[in-house]
Design a protein around this ligand. Sequence first.
Ligand SMILES: *Cc1c(COP(=O)(O)O)cnc(C)c1O
Length: 375
Amino acid sequence: MQQSDPFWASPVDHLAKVRPDVPTFYACPAVLQSVAREFIDGFDGLVTYAVKANADPLVLANLSAAGVTAFDVASPYEIDLVRANCPHAALHYHNPVRSRSEIAAGVAAGVASWSVDCDVELSKLLDILPPHSEIAVRFKMSVSGAAYDFGEKFGAPADMAVHLLRRVAAAGHRASMTFHPGTQCADPVAWVSYILGAADIAQRAGVHIQRLNVGGGFPAWRNGQRPALGAIFEAIKSTAKAAFPYRVDLVCEPGRAMVAEAFSLAVQVKSRRAGALYLNDGTYGALAELPVVRGFDRVHVVAPDGTPKTGPTTTFAAFGPTCDSLDRLSDRLTLPCSTAEEDYLIFDGFGAYSVVTATRFNGYGASDAVLVQNL
Ligand SMILES: *Cc1c(COP(=O)(O)O)cnc(C)c1O
């Protein structure tokens, strides 16, 4: 993402004057910082940011300016990115599968916390980590409420988690626990179940855990509204207090909910044929995750001069710019009938899993970033 310097008033202000013909992200630092403060003020513990949701330096710098002091990273590349932009931040390396060389890179960078979900990965960590490192055992339960479930890929079942916790403690490291309830999880009960599960596992293991990381998964826009995070924060706090007979420090690592609202994406209609639009971005670009997680209820159309398109709507098939036949949105878009070549489609709530997933397949996928005062 290339970034413009001056602030524009709004996406439409920029579109109408510049008429960009590459996909353009509109980033609002004020929104980034206010959401970060909502987490810091509302969550009863340490707020870390999961860098994979949007690794743009602009995001890291604004979250840091708002008071985020720790970042969840998944690779040496993300470690370097955070170090370059926020040199004093704490790093939590919570991708539970790492090569030995990746572990060594994390140690060299001073990673403060590691996660683990199986014996072989723990053995690697025990071989390489310095004494008294924090190792958080990641466990999984079957809990519903998320858009898709992370437990399919990572997380130890309860019995294995008991065993891993004992191994961590026996090796003299600091034992913690972590889980991820699944992304776009709007139901506080998912966190309640997981926290009760964590307390049960720790008790069975006979291990006093130091910290409990309640993951990401906090919801961004869902079913036509921005879910309130307060009920989730409250449920986490009161459940953790009641479930553990001793004090456990809480940590969270939101990705999506931290950045989604701070960006809108404008894509241009390159061509219109009967019932189909050919866009300048698609599933190999920033629209990759659109069919999986997002609703299609947050797109609006403006003419090249910035005038909103209104009036009766119809549905369009939507194709991306590459010559690949898979480059097509899975759902049809409902847009004004008058949508035409050179119009812009503006997708709101587009800061998470968009900039970071774009590829340069077929020569497309480059985008500009423009700073705006308001979205
Ligand atoms: C992806 C990820 C997150 C962030 O998840 P969101 O659903 O975007 O909040 C947090 N922690 C870990 C370990 C992750 O892999």
